[in-house]
Design a protein around this ligand. Sequence first.
Ligand code: NAI
Length: 358
Amino acid sequence: NVQGDRKRAEHFSDGECISSEEWKVKVKAVVLGAAGGIGQPLSLLLKTNPAITELGLFDIVNTPGVAVDLSHIDTPAVVVGRLPPDDGLKAVLTGADIVVIPAGVPRKPGMTRDDLFKINGGIVKDLATGIATFCPKAFVLVISNPVNSTVPIVAEVFKHHKVYDPKRIFGVTTLDVVRASTFVAEIIGKTDVVREVAIPVVGGHSGVTIVPLLSQSSHPLPADLAKDKFDALVNRIQFGGDEVVKAKDGAGSATLSMAYAGFEFANKIIRAFKGEKGIVAPSFVALEADPTGGAALAKELATEIAFFSSNVELGPEGVAKIHPLGKITPGETELVKAAIPELQKNIDTGVTFCREKY
Ligand code: NAI
């Protein structure tokens, strides 16, 4: 029932409608790490998207149960949950158009994203090997931290398997964008229209590598906002994850807000895949995904850095265009300068980890 689906689909397309013909394209979405704190609510949200016709769930535990539970929801996606034995990864990945990876361990109090690296790096490398083998053309959305290092790992695995297409590999930084909108809307008293508050968040996805470009906010901050309040806002966007880790007090890191953010980004990828134009979102990508735009951005950044999160225009093949930072303030220039050495270190860590293993 395309009409019915379309009606529901409008809800998922930020108010912009696309033709029912476009909704006829079948989409298989896969979640790797689907039984986890992020994986379960993310799978639930994906199941509610009528554009998804198949939903594959993989984890080392519990996916058959999660899949049966979700399969009772009255939306089109046929849900399959598999475990590692009997080629579970192969079965789930075969035919996938979009693969979202929230597999791994989350941060505990006192841990940095880099502390996670050794465990999650290995998990992501193994899962990326599966994707490179069974669905090399899928869009890969990496949530597992540290994103600044796990995205380069996926790129290295794909290079090793000679299926590398930088346009199709994304680090999901949407939670930083979502937090920026929420925190700014709180300050300017616009929580009723928070979804309209848009702030590009660039750089990477940990601590100082997260750079909110508040001067480009769709809804400007008060000109007389005190410097300490402004700095506290920047800090809150950069370290919002710590707020959640602390509040959960040993029970993990952001899961529900991350599932929402991952769903938002996945929907944008799906809409672009189906032919909708003009979809732009910040994401951590290889600059070579758009040689022209990437080179212009590298020039702006005055660095040879290989991966960076900037506004990315999405198309049916993935990255269509990497946008420049545009006009930024001297304060934002300082934040970008501070981000680059840390980002470079994180990228090198990912690349070295992978190359040592081949
Ligand atoms: P969790 O521990 O609740 O769930 C992780 C799931 O991955 C578990 O169900 C586990 O069984 C599964 N898993 C472990 N090894 C696996 C493998 N080899 N194959 C398939 N599944 C495997 O953790 P949570 O809270 O869901 O976080 C997941 C990841 O997401 C962590 O790395 C965390 O740091 C990251 N994260 C990223 C954010 C972002 O903004 N990009 C925000 C918040 C968390």
